[in-house]
Design a binder for this molecule. Structure first.
Ligand SMILES: [Zn+2]
Ligand SMILES: [Zn+2]
Length: 371
């Protein structure tokens, strides 16, 4: 394969953002698209290169590999016998290295736990749409007084990486750096565990948390409670993240700010038209169902849904018709229906006038074919 630089082909710098990569790709792809350049092998070649470059650079993990090792790093086993098992090693090393996404040089904290943590909070459907106050108990970690949170009474330089925090692996003519698995990159290992905390580095503390849940929150929303996370040895606390788990309702189905409610209507009411009272979060509403409404027909009550978290407005309530037919008929009901049916005369058999004509027509077609 011809060697070319992914950044050069897209005319972008090596430090550009994903947004810029996407923009550059769109522009170039449009310019060199085969539809715009018929019978132009040169444009086709460039178009292929642009796509190849974008495929790599739009993937942060692949991009990092490319930045460090060039195309050879990405092609894995393609180089032949010498590179056997290459892909797997990449997976292991880079999975660990870039698994977190952004922070390549994550600052290693001495703590054995993170300062931020998350917990889940269950909410009733109505608590989410109206908002509420919630009080719950949270267990957070405070750094062990004796070891300051690192869990060690005595530490020494990691014998595997000699304090570097990373290991270098030789693969053919290339060298890879891997976070030392023995010390997790800290360069030190615990020789003797802290006896106060048993090596954990923390003790648990409980506290009551009271939060105000705003009107309109939805399932999966996350709220940050600043300063209620775990504490380090100086008493500085991280943040607590509360993930909301909202129960479903028996009658309302929520879709963002809109609420759906199913309105079952008996078939006779559909033919006659009717009025029904339907619930909405703030008041009862009157739904006028015109005669001959279709199954699944929707009627929108603007502003009767859930309050938006983004602004001072409400979504809609959408009432959806579900036609209900009788499952069983008594003898008397059957007779009544038959009587009703007959009362419509020829209108009760619309298939006759329409389909008899069609049958005649098709018969004629066959007649003509036979000739
Ligand atoms: Zn300790
Ligand atoms: Zn080490």
């Amino acid at each position: 394969m011809e060697d070319f630089n992914y950044y050069e082909i897209l005319e972008i710098s090596q430090t550009c953002s994903q947004e810029e990569i996407k923009k550059a790709f769109r522009k170039k792809a449009m310019q060199y698209h085969p539809d715009r350049n018929p019978d132009n092998p040169e444009a086709e070649e460039i178009f292929k290169k642009i796509n190849e470059a974008y495929e790599v650079l739009s993937d942060e993990q692949k991009r990092s590999i490319y930045d460090r090792y060039g195309k050879a790093g990405l092609q894995g086993g393609a180089g032949g016998g010498g590179f056997g098992g290459f892909g797997d090693i990449f997976g292991d090393i880079f999975g660990e290295f870039f698994g977190g996404g952004s922070g390549r040089q994550k600052k290693k904290s001495d703590l054995k736990y993170s300062l931020d943590f998350a917990l889940e909070l269950n909410l009733e459907f109505k608590e989410a749409i109206f908002g509420c106050k919630k009080e719950f108990e949270s267990a957070y970690k405070i750094a062990c007084k004796d070891c300051g949170g690192n869990g060690a009474k005595k530490k020494s330089t990691c014998p595997q990486c000699h304090g570097h925090g990373e290991l270098r692996i030789q693969q053919g003519f290339m060298t890879f750096a891997q976070t030392c698995p023995h010390c997790q990159g800290s360069g030190e290992v615990i020789v003797e565990k802290c006896s106060t905390c048993g090596g954990k580095g923390y003790e648990n503390k409980k506290e009551k948390i009271e939060i105000k849940i705003p009107e309109g929150v939805d399932n999966g929303n996350q709220m940050r409670v600043s300063g209620k996370g775990n504490a380090d040895k100086n008493g500085n606390r991280g943040d607590l993240y509360v993930r909301l788990n909202v129960k479903e309702d028996d009658h309302f189905v929520r879709d963002g700010e809109n609420l759906y409610v199913e309105v079952p209507v008996f078939f006779t009411s559909i033919v006659l038209g009717t009025k029904v009272t339907i619930p909405s979060p703030h008041k009862e509403l009157e739904l006028v169902i015109p005669a001959n409404s279709k199954d699944g027909a929707q009627f929108i009550f603007e502003g009767n849904g859930v309050k938006s978290l983004r602004g001072n407005y409400y979504g809609d309530l959408i009432a959806q018709i579900k036609i209900v037919y009788p499952k069983k008929l008594t003898k008397e009901q059957k007779e009544l229906l038959e009587k009703l049916h007959k009362s419509f005369g020829e209108h009760s058999e619309p298939h006759k006038s329409v389909l008899e004509q069609a049958c005649e027509k098709v018969k004629k077609w066959f007649g003509e074919l036979g000739k």
